[in-house]
Design a protein around this ligand. Structure first.
Ligand code: CTP
Ligand code: CA
Length: 223
């Protein structure tokens, strides 16, 4: 790694990281969610802190521990995640790693939905969730560096390029999560960095190594 002698190149810098899934309630006992362990986002928050950054990690529901040296805001829903991210601005860098649910149930029930066998089966009316990365990428307090992740199952590079533009990001870290890769929920990651000036493929690495390399790159980029 580039900084392994205890250097703190990110001292005095503020970072916001999102991680994990969001849970969107259907009723008090049921929810819609994405698959996400939070391992990659949490590792990035820890790696940035290790380089001296003051890190706010906004985490959806995960089973892994809060990383060391990071201030963690725990949320459930996408709207709560958005609010927590905006409350943490201004920052020098934002890394949005969370697997945010794209939709929520338009009007979640206050009481548990009961089944009525042989009769009505509920249908869920969905509404779109806020796009947190896009909001931050176009914000008046936009961090100098805005980084997104994109888990794709096909056309990884072209999908990531489109997201780079749409969301006002400086970089999209794209990975192929098609089931055959075994990436989802695993401990390793094979990513492509998609930037406005080109694409860089990183080798298959442990999620912690991806995090360390990314933190080093962020430190270089912030100068
Ligand atoms: N993201 C976000 N808020 C959302 C949806 C996505 O902040 N409501 C962020 C993710 O954290 C990630 C990036 O946007 O950094 C890309 O997420 P992805 O789900 O791949 O992109 P979408 O725009 O939702 O497109 P799609 O799911 O249709 O591929
Ligand atoms: Ca999505």
């Amino acid at each position: 790694a580039l900084f392994d002698g205890g250097e703190k190149p990110l001292k005095g810098r503020k970072a916001i990281v999102t991680s994990g899934p969001t849970h969107e309630p259907i009723d008090p006992v049921r929810y819609i969610a994405n698959r996400s362990s939070g391992r990659q986002g949490h590792a990035i928050a820890a790696a940035l802190a290790k380089l001296g950054a003051e890190v706010t990690l906004v985490s959806g529901p995960v089973t892994i521990a809060d990383p060391f040296g990071v201030s963690v805001v725990h949320v459930e829903r996408a709207e709560e995640m958005r609010d927590a991210v905006l409350a943490a601005l201004p920052a020098d860098v934002a890394v949005m790693v969370a697997a945010v649910a794209d939709w929520r149930v338009a009007s979640a029930a206050d009481q548990k939905l009961k089944k009525h066998p042989g009769e009505s089966i509920p249908t869920l009316a969905l509404t779109e969730n806020p796009d947190i990365l896009k909001t931050v990428g176009h914000h008046t307090m936009r961090p100098k560096l805005v980084i997104g992740f994109a888990a794709e199952t096909q056309d990884v590079e072209s999908n990531a390029k489109a997201k780079l533009e749409r969301k006002g990001a400086d970089m999209i870290v794209a990975n192929d999560v098609s089931p055959a890769t075994g990436i989802m929920g695993g401990s390793r990651n094979s990513v492509k960095l998609v930037r406005h000036d080109g694409v860089e493929q990183w080798p298959d690495l442990a999620k912690e190594e991806v995090a360390e390399r990314l933190a080093a790159l962020i430190a270089r980029q912030l100068g």
